[in-house]
Design a binder for this molecule. Structure first.
Ligand SMILES: [Zn+2]
Length: 77
């Protein structure tokens, strides 16, 4: 039985390297921040008169983070 060069597990046809929790957490944080930043950029683009409230700002940033994490999870399968 061959072993996987990355995780040293048995290299079966359906082998997938296990994802370490630290990597998953870091990736989730990264995409969340990316989504939040995208929300901020959208606000900067469309809220040229700075009329957005703090609550709107929080909602947009939170939505951006959640969308980023959702996309990341969807792509991972
Ligand atoms: Zn592996």
């Amino acid at each position: 039985m061959a072993t996987c060069p990355r995780c040293k597990g048995h290299l079966t046809d359906s082998h997938k390297c296990p994802r370490r929790p630290v990597v998953v957490a870091a990736e989730t944080t990264a995409v969340g921040l990316a989504g939040a930043f995208a929300g901020l950029v959208l606000i900067a683009l469309f809220d040229t008169h700075e009329q957005i409230t703090n609550l709107d700002l929080i909602l947009v940033v939170a939505a951006g983070a959640l969308i980023g994490i959702g996309i990341n999870r969807a792509m991972r399968g």
